[in-house]
Each structure stands twice: as structure tokens, then as C-alpha cells.
Design a protein around this ligand. Structure first.
Ligand code: FAD
Length: 384
């Protein structure tokens, strides 16, 4: 016996952003969709991230283009889905001349066409808390939007249910996904096709196929910071020198080599712990700050204070907020692979496995989903 009435055109395993993005793309085509998740509420990478829909800095080519398209979809659905956009754009501050050279080179690429270097006065207007040594070279990107993931993902799921007629089935593990039969812990579901979006669960469905992609898991430490009573408003996402050697849109530019050498000498602990700085603001004025990157096949549950201290050192180098106070800490994990940012696997004609193997899922999933649904259902463009 099944707990939902079908049959469905499409069953999606996983109600993170990857699964929900596929549900949206399929529902827009009029498909009957069921999304199945083992958790009672969203709890994976998709609610633990910055909610920072990043375009500038994504790897040149497909990833950058997918980020632009996905940003448009976030903006399109935000109002109807009740997802506030908390701020727009990105400031990347360069404290070292080598970092300023990367920013200047980035502006010369096609990805930098809509970006520009700010004057010190402009930078200080946009982020008044910038430390003086962080305000001399600042890149402005207009592309980014920021949502509060821990409320945005549940809001997106509700929007899919209420506005697009998607069936959401929670607290239900999918044990086998071989269309037309989907075996779950709450009975059988019938669907013509399945898309498996399992996040970091590489073992339950099609494990041989997923493991063959060379996947591992990345753990990240995150902080929420109260900026203090006199902090003023903070109106764009902020990144710093360390991000320029991690984000491939900058890191793959030849100019990044000199910055990497200098950072290896001056901030080796940051590089060893995969620390870079992203700061975004929430509706209550608090700042979401991160992060670090540690890799392993089984992720330990520990979040050393020494790693948080490295993140906060970078925060303090860039922002002049002497009364800041950490008010919350958490870790998140995402799938990772050394040779790809994402993959779509096709174990059968009626099954796709979609995994984002990098920290780009919030920024690219809507576009990936449009491509996958277009290919699965036979046309490359989604219906409006
Ligand atoms: C701390 C952190 C910061 C990040 N920062 C950014 C950022 O700034 N920008 C950006 O674009 N991305 C960022 N990311 C990456 C982004 O969050 C991920 O790429 C994205 O959330 C992955 O989405 P997902 O749907 O694959 O995974 P998840 O959100 O983990 O969802 C997978 C779901 O599948 C379910 N599931 C798995 N197997 C089964 C099964 N057999 N049956 C039923 N349910 C199943 C799980 O319960 C889970 O709910 C960050 C990630 C983290 C952790």
C-alpha cells in the first residue's frame, strides 16, 4: 500500500535544492511530480549554506552560465514563494596587491563585464564597516542575491505543493528506484521516471554508479555573528583575498598564481583548513560567516574552535567590528569530487542521478534541473 495516490510522471528522491529544482522544472511542464525525502524536515546542505546565490567567481563556462540562469529563477519565484531577497550584489575586497591584480584581471574577462572596481568612498558607502586596509581595492558584482536558506528551502517546498501541485512525501526513505516501481519505507509508489538527488548519501540508491564518480564528502564550519550595537547596515555579500584562490572564476586566472604563493607564506593555516571568507546578512542584522573545508569518506562530527578562529581572524582583518560576537555555530556537508563540479548519470533510460559535487548547488541547481528535465522529457527548453 502506498501513502500517496499516483501514478506519477516523475518521482524525485531528495528534497534539498537539487531535488526541489527538478520538481519545479518538471511541474512547469505540467508533469505530475512526487518528491520523497527520508527526513521529516529539510536538514541537509541546502539549509546549512549561506543562501548566497553566487555568480561572480564561479568557474568560467557552464558553471558561471548556470549560476546566472539559476539566479534569474530565484528572483522569478521569490515573491510568489514568499522568499525574501535580503540583499543583492557582492563586494570582493583585496588587501594585497596580488589580490588587486586578480580583481583587475577578472574585470577584463567576459565574466567581469557587468562588474567594476569601486573607489574607496564607494566601497565604504556600501560596506561602512570595511577595515581601512580592506577598502583600497574592492570589486563590485551586481549579480548575486541572498536568501535565508533555512526558511527559503521550506518555503520553496510549500510553493511547489501549493502552487504547482507537487506531492511532498517526508519521513520516507527510498529503498529502490526502478521505474515504474519506487520502493519506500511507506510502501510502493508508481512513477514513469525517477531522478535521484541524494546529496551526500552515496550508499542507498545506485551506490556503484555514484561511487564510480569518485565522490567524497566535504565538511564546512559556519558561524552566525552578531555584529554589535553600532554596526550599521551591511548591504552586500563580502569576500576577501582567500576567496580568490578558492573560487575557480578567479583562481584559474594566471594572475592568481602570485596570490597563491603569497597566501601560502602568510596564511598557511587558512589554506590548510580550506578557509575563505563569505559574509552575508540576515533580516535581523546578524551575519552568516564562513567557512572551512575538510574532506573525508566519513565525516567526523567535530568542529574545532581553532578552525573557527581562523575564519574569525580573516573576518577581523576585513571588517572593523570590535563588538562582534559569535551567537551560533554549525557544520554542513556536501558532496565533492576532485575532477568535476557536478554530474548527471543515466543508469537507465528512465533514471537520472544528479549530484552537485562542489559548493555550488544553491547557485546552479535551477539551471541544472532545466537541462536534466529537458533532456529526460525530450525538449531542451522549459515551458514558461
Ligand atoms: C556550509 C555550506 C555552505 C555552502 N555554501 C554555498 C554557497 O555559498 N553557494 C552555493 O551555491 N552552494 C553552497 N553550498 C552547497 C550547497 O548547499 C549544496 O551544493 C546543495 O545544497 C546540495 O543540495 P542537495 O539537494 O544535493 O543536498 P541536500 O540538501 O543534502 O539534500 C539531499 C536530500 O536527499 C535526501 N535523501 C538522500 N537519500 C535519500 C533516500 N534514499 N531516500 C529519501 N531521501 C533521501 C536527504 O534526506 C536530503 O534531504 C554550501 C553547502 C554547505 C554545507
Amino acid at each position: 500500500m502506498s501513502v500517496v495516490s499516483g501514478p506519477f510522471d516523475l518521482a524525485i528522491v531528495g528534497a534539498g535544492i537539487v531535488g526541489l529544482a527538478h520538481a519545479l522544472a518538471a511541474a512547469k511542464r505540467g508533469k505530475r511530480v512526487v518528491v520523497i525525502d527520508r527526513d521529516a524536515q529539510a536538514n541537509g546542505a541546502s539549509i546549512r549554506n549561506f543562501g548566497f546565490i553566487t555568480v561572480t567567481g564561479q568557474q568560467r563556462g557552464a558553471c558561471w552560465e548556470r549560476a546566472l540562469r539559476s539566479r534569474d529563477v530565484w528572483v522569478e519565484i521569490a515573491e510568489a514563494a514568499g522568499i525574501p531577497i535580503l540583499h543583492r550584489g557582492l563586494c570582493v575586497s583585496a588587501r594585497r596587491p596580488e589580490a588587486a591584480s586578480v580583481l583587475a584581471a577578472f574585470c577584463e574577462t567576459e565574466m567581469g563585464a557587468a562588474c567594476r572596481l569601486l573607489t574607496r568612498a564607494e566601497a565604504e558607502r556600501l560596506v561602512p564597516q570595511l577595515a581601512p586596509e580592506a577598502a583600497s581595492a574592492v570589486l563590485w558584482s551586481p549579480h548575486e542575491v541572498r536568501v535565508e536558506s533555512r526558511t527559503a528551502i521550506p518555503a520553496l517546498a510549500r510553493f511547489l505543493e501549493q502552487y504547482h501541485g507537487v506531492t511532498m512525501l517526508r519521513s520516507t526513505l527510498v529503498k529502490d528506484a526502478t521505474p515504474p516501481v519506487i520502493e519506500t519505507t511507506r510502501g510502493r509508489i508508481e512513477a514513469e521516471a525517477v531522478i535521484v538527488c541524494p546529496g551526500t548519501d552515496f550508499q542507498t540508491l545506485y551506490p556503484e554508479r555514484i561511487v564510480a564518480q569518485g565522490v567524497t564528502t566535504c565538511k564546512l564550519q559556519m558561524l552566525r555573528v552578531d555584529p554589535g550595537p553600532a554596526a550599521g547596515r551591511f548591504d552586500a555579500a563580502l569576500m576577501s583575498d582567500l576567496g580568490l584562490v578558492r573560487y575557480l572564476g578567479y583562481a584559474e586566472l594566471p594572475e592568481a598564481a602570485a596570490l597563491k604563493r603569497r597566501l601560502a607564506e602568510e596564511q598557511p593555516a587558512a589554506l590548510e583548513n580550506g578557509v575563505h571568507l563569505i559574509v552575508v546578512r540576515s533580516a535581523d542584522g546578524s551575519l552568516v560567516v564562513g567557512d572551512s573545508h575538510h574532506y573525508g569518506d566519513t565525516i567526523d562530527p567535530f568542529a574545532p574552535d581553532s578552525v573557527d578562529a581562523i575564519i574569525l581572524d580573516e573576518f577581523d582583518a576585513v571588517l572593523d567590528l570590535p563588538e562582534r560576537r559569535v551567537v551560533e555555530r554549525w557544520t554542513g556537508t556536501y558532496a565533492s569530487a576532485s575532477d568535476k563540479l557536478m554530474f548527471v548519470d543515466r543508469p537507465r533510460d528512465d533514471v537520472r542521478i544528479v549530484v552537485v559535487t562542489s559548493g555550488t548547488g544553491a547557485s546552479t541547481s535551477f539551471a541544472i534541473a532545466e537541462e536534466v528535465i529537458g533532456e529526460l522529457f525530450g525538449s531542451s527548453r522549459p515551458l514558461a
